[in-house]
Design a protein around this ligand. Structure first.
Ligand code: ZN
Length: 212
């Protein structure tokens, strides 16, 4: 059942990377003038998010933070700081469960609980499933509730355990206009990868925009 449910999501994610429009899906533009979208999942995290915010200020980059509700509750001042820096908060569940192991109503409870926490920040109804896995029933339920679903097209690899220099270099080689890059702002190495990556691509004059 789990394999059956997660299979369509993998296909859907591939389609989204190719710019195919599906109901409720955030569509990636591949125009040469399209911005690059930096996204940060699983925070806010007191040990790393402030450093991410500092780097984004230096590079005048706007970003989207896909936050977990339980981290928002623990770090309310830091959550407000993300907004004060001009970024967007989006929904990444309350407790970061594997959604393919929950019923649709359990998954919706996770998502709606976080959306309520984000309401004071005028957050869009923009959702990223944990591990990028979502079944068709939850997809449909979210679409009916006016959520859009955002995946990513480039992974910085901050979970891979490789050297930050290697990961930043690989990302710099791969990135193209319109790419949505996933970082995890609770991973200690994400700051170093972001810093090296931004320095490496500085001469390419990308615009950085927030998914919203
Ligand atoms: Zn996550």
């Amino acid at each position: 059942m789990i394999a059956l449910m997660s299979m369509p999501a993998r296909i859907i994610r591939k389609l989204s990377i190719r710019g195919v429009l599906l109901p409720g899906l955030f569509r990636i533009s591949r125009r040469p003038t399209a911005p690059v979208y930096l996204t940060f999942d699983d925070g806010p995290a007191p040990q790393t998010t402030p450093q991410v915010l500092k780097l984004l200020r230096e590079y005048k980059a706007q970003a989207t933070f896909f936050v977990c509700g339980q981290c928002v509750e623990k770090n309310s001042e830091l959550t407000a700081e993300i907004i004060r820096n001009g970024h967007i908060l989006a929904n990444h569940t309350y407790s970061h469960p594997d959604l393919t192991r929950l019923t649709t109503s359990e998954a919706l409870h996770e998502i709606e609980r976080t959306q309520k926490l984000l309401a004071p920040f005028h957050s869009p109804r923009l959702f990223r499933p944990t591990r990028g896995l979502i079944g068709p029933r939850l997809w449909w339920a979210l679409w009916c509730r006016d959520y859009r679903i955002a995946f990513w097209s480039q992974d910085c690899g901050d979970w891979e355990g490789r050297l930050e220099t290697e990961l930043a270099e690989r990302l710099a080689q791969r990135v193209q206009p319109g790419d949505v890059i996933i970082f995890h702002d609770d991973q200690p190495n994400s700051v170093a990868i972001l810093e090296l990556f931004l320095a490496t691509i500085r001469s390419r004059n990308f615009q950085f925009a927030a998914l919203r």
